[in-house]
Structure formats: structure tokens, C-alpha cells
Design a protein around this ligand. Structure first.
Ligand code: NI
Length: 170
């Protein structure tokens, strides 16, 4: 494989790509390949100005996601929610839904457990926007996307808008 190929930015799958609806499998092997993949996820997220990216969004059905917000980077491998509190309503977008934003209700605070790329188990507490990003990315690992939280009316309006943009896939 040439260096050019290895350094290619991962392609982001756009809704309604069926991979976005599949459930990811737990990561069991923590090796160099995984570390490289995590770096590639961060790189793709940076190229597209995202604050988070999950493996299914690049077509890899593994429980791996990255988040970066206010200068802090988080690697979430096999993440689980331990506790959540409160609610927040705020605008959300997704790299798999370019140009689409909608208000989504989420818990205000979460405590999660996740492994990092070395396999070390960490407990992370987050509130506000960071909590929202963790939960949004964790949803991707379960085949869930942010428009699932909207009313049928709003969701259908978004689907219609996307179908116009892509030439009508549904
Ligand atoms: Ni997303």
C-alpha cells in the first residue's frame, strides 16, 4: 500500500446509508491497528470541523467514537452510561447529515465508563455540550441517529430535504 493511500482521510457515510442503522460490536483487541484507526477518526473529524465522530460513520461497525471539545479529546471505546441527570434542549447536527440541525432533548449530565485506545477503563463525567456529544456518538454505536428524537413531522421534513439534495433515494 502506498503512503498516499494510508494517509487518505476516511470517507464519512451520509444518511440514509444503511450502515448508520446497524449496531456496532464491542472492541476486544487493543492493538496498533486500533490506535491508528482512532487517529484516523480524529483526522476525519478535524477535516470536517466536527466535534465528534463514531466508527459506523466511516463504515466500521465497532464500538469506537471520538469527541473533541474546548481543547479536550476523548476516546470512547465500548462506552456505557452509568448515570444520567437532568435535561437540556439544544441544537444538534451530525457529520452524516450535512447542513441539517435540529433541537434535541438530552440529559444535562452523564457519567460514562469507556476504554481508551490502550484498553484502559476510564470513568468520565460530562455536562452540557460535552454530555450531548458523548450521547450523540454513543447513539451511533447502537444504530441510532439524532433525527430519531424528533417528531414525525420534523423528521419527515428533514428526510424530504435530504432526498432532494441527493436526488431522491427514498
Ligand atoms: Ni453524528
Amino acid at each position: 500500500m502506498s503512503n498516499d493511500l494510508e494517509n487518505e482521510v476516511l470517507e464519512i457515510k451520509k444518511y440514509p446509508d444503511p450502515v448508520l442503522r446497524k449496531k456496532s460490536e464491542a472492541v476486544e483487541v487493543f492493538d496498533e491497528e486500533l490506535e491508528k484507526f482512532v487517529k484516523d477518526l480524529f483526522a476525519a473529524m478535524h477535516v470536517h470541523d466536527g466535534v465528534g465522530l463514531a466508527a459506523p460513520q466511516v463504515g466500521v461497525l465497532k464500538k469506537i467514537a471520538v469527541v473533541e471539545y474546548e481543547g479536550k479529546s476523548y476516546v470512547l471505546i465500548n462506552p456505557k452510561i452509568i448515570e444520567q441527570k437532568g435535561t437540556q434542549l439544544s441544537e444538534e447536527g451530525c457529520l452524516s447529515f450535512p447542513g441539517i440541525y435540529a433541537n434535541v432533548l438530552r440529559p444535562e449530565w452523564v457519567k460514562i465508563e469507556a476504554q481508551n485506545e490502550k484498553g484502559e477503563l476510564q470513568t468520565l463525567e460530562a455536562e452540557g455540550f460535552t454530555a450531548r456529544a458523548f450521547l450523540h456518538e454513543m447513539d451511533h454505536l447502537n444504530g441510532k441517529v439524532f433525527i430519531d428524537y424528533l417528531s414525525n413531522l420534523k423528521r419527515n421534513a428533514i428526510k424530504k430535504k435530504i432526498s432532494k439534495n441527493t436526488g431522491g433515494h427514498f
